[in-house]
Write a protein that binds this ligand. Structure first.
Ligand code: SAM
Length: 260
């Protein structure tokens, strides 16, 4: 995804991002899954408003760092966690020495970051030999606004790309990590209830994770049909929920020589 677009999108969303419990609950599940000890140095990539680090801040001596491209998201993070180091940086080009961190987390950000191979290679560079990476990714069969919208579009012959697809299964993470000289040691699915949304809000340009952009070639007739089908799907969906895959990656044994 274009970094300029991501920066603008999250600068726009920063003041409201912490409203609602969804992002905090995914961040908390990832922090519990990562479970770092108090003496570890933690880097949270694409930290946003610092929700993962907020869940981790109870560790008395942990050294916490967060990076993100959006200054507005970082401003919220700095206010929430004044004692934590936050830097504006890209997930693909980290301003750190090799092997600096014991734990690297990246939560709810893979679809925006893109190029998972290049990202994981760069994270591995700044990871200690015995360190670990914990990533979250959205599973594509969740009952979420974007999933229902894609399903409605598909029923009318419109293919809307799912930006989660490249990172949504353990198998995909096995492949990504193998290419980076790492392997998956643990994986877990965490399911989070989420608030429902209306078809109008899902098809609005303001909806986070703008599925609507992908429908720009639809004719007005197709657009109306997608809206009608989406309303039916929403009516039939009793319990909205997002399923989140949590994965822990570690270095392959004797893999230091493969680092860049
Ligand atoms: C949905 S938010 C997730 C924030 C946080 N990790 C959480 O769990 O709430 C996605 C974040 O990824 C950041 N982001 C997207 N692409 C990035 C990149 N290439 N490098 C650094 N940050 C990026 C965005 O600015 C945004 O703050």
């Amino acid at each position: 995804m274009d970094v300029g677009w991501v920066e603008r999108e999250f600068d726009r969303r920063a003041s409201t991002y912490d409203q609602g419990s969804f992002h905090a609950s995914v961040a908390d599940a990832a922090a519990r899954f990562a479970a770092p000890t108090s003496i570890e140095t933690v880097l949270d990539v694409a930290t946003g408003t610092g929700l993962v680090l907020r869940s981790l801040q109870t560790l008395p001596a942990a050294h916490l760092t967060g990076i993100d491209v959006s200054l507005a998201m970082l401003k919220v993070a700095r206010t929430a966690l004044p004692g934590v180091r936050f830097l504006q940086a890209s997930a693909h080009d980290l301003p750190f020495e090799s092997g600096e961190f014991n734990v690297i987390t990246c939560v709810s950000a893979m679809p925006y970051i893109g190029s998972p191979d290049a990202a994981v290679r760069e994270w591995r560079r700044v990871l200690a030999d015995d360190g670990r990476i914990v990533v979250s990714a959205f599973v594509t069969d969740g009952l979420t606004g974007p999933t229902l919208t894609r399903r409605a579009a598909h029923q009318h012959g419109l293919i809307v790309e799912d930006p989660n697809a490249a990172t949504s299964t353990v198998e995909k993470w096995r492949e990504i990590s193998a290419r980076a000289g790492m392997h998956v040691v643990r994986a877990e699915i965490s399911t989070t209830p989420i608030p429902s949304a209306t078809a109008d809000s899902l098809l609005s340009p303001q909806y986070p994770f703008d599925v609507r952009n992908d429908l720009h070639d639809a004719t007005p007739d197709q657009w109306a049909l997608v809206g009608a089908t989406l309303r039916e799907l929403i009516t039939a969906t009793v319990e909205w929920r997002a399923s989140v895959l949590l994965v822990e990656l570690r270095n392959d044994r004797n893999s230091r020589s493969q680092r860049k």
